[in-house]
Design a protein. Structure first.
Length: 255
């Protein structure tokens, strides 16, 4: 009987210990490291300052803990627990940070927030640049064809299953959460990158650096050139599948 009682006592101790450990979430040092990456004032599309992250505070409230960390290369999310006069509150913040103008965060799965209203990047296509809001893209280029798995655009070995496709321009605008995250010049495109002058069939360089502001942590924004095999002629099936003929493809993104 004593052994049984001792077993129950040990089980209860382990259970309470496990609950305390789960309640603590990730270490406070890890939370502070994430806050350092997110430091700055973050604005919505209308220019309103929504979040200011400075030191170990969010909007002046001390961050006392964190939970439910989901982390990957350049992206992630965390429940930040902040202390207020009335007690603690949880703010779910997700981020996409690659050290370029497309960096943004989201508060409680809401609108994307950026550190600056007009992220500076020296490269663009038809005035469309990384970090631009998709609303501004529509105002400039109109509505493109929405790409999906069922309606993908294929160019050689590359398949684009998201973003906006402008067939008449040979351009794909990649976006996530209403922020432009990449630009693709397809082989038949007559467009050029505004700064470098590189076009879809220009193979002068295999990679050209783009000058964009960096986050405090290291990241890189590049233009990448891909050689393309010749594709079958413009059969109706190929056109429906989005197959593109030509010799090269340029892509600019920030990862």
């Amino acid at each position: 009987m004593k052994r049984f009682a001792l077993f129950i006592l040990c089980a209860l101790v382990l259970l309470v210990s496990g609950q305390s450990e789960a309640a603590m979430g990730i270490s406070l040092d890890s939370v502070h490291q994430i806050l350092e990456r997110l430091e700055g004032t973050w604005y919505d599309e209308d220019g309103n300052a929504v979040l200011t992250i400075e030191g170990n505070t969010i909007n002046g409230c001390e961050v006392v803990g964190g939970d439910r960390l989901a982390n990957g290369p350049g992206s992630g999310s965390l429940d930040f627990i902040i202390g207020e006069a009335a007690g603690t509150r949880t703010l779910r913040i997700g981020w996409l940070l690659f050290g370029g103008p497309g960096d943004y965060i989201r508060l409680n799965d809401g609108e994307a927030l950026q550190r600056t209203l007009n992220p500076a990047c020296s490269e663009s296509v038809e005035g469309v640049r990384l970090g631009m809001r998709t609303r501004a893209v529509r105002e400039r280029l109109g509505a493109g064809q929405e790409l999906s798995r069922e309606n993908a655009c294929r160019a050689g070995d590359d398949t684009f299953a998201y973003g906006w496709h402008y067939p008449g321009k040979g351009l794909i605008v990649l976006h996530k959460d209403d922020i432009v995250t990449g630009l693709v010049l397809l082989p038949e495109s007559n467009l050029y990158f505004d700064r470098s002058g590189l076009g879809a069939n220009d193979g002068r360089h295999t990679r050209a650096p783009i000058r964009c502001p960096r986050s405090p942590w290291k990241g890189r924004t590049t233009i990448r050139w891909r050689s393309m095999r010749s594709l079958p002629g413009s059969s109706s099936r190929s056109e429906r599948m989005g197959a593109m003929s030509g010799s090269a493809l340029w892509r600019i993104n920030f990862w």
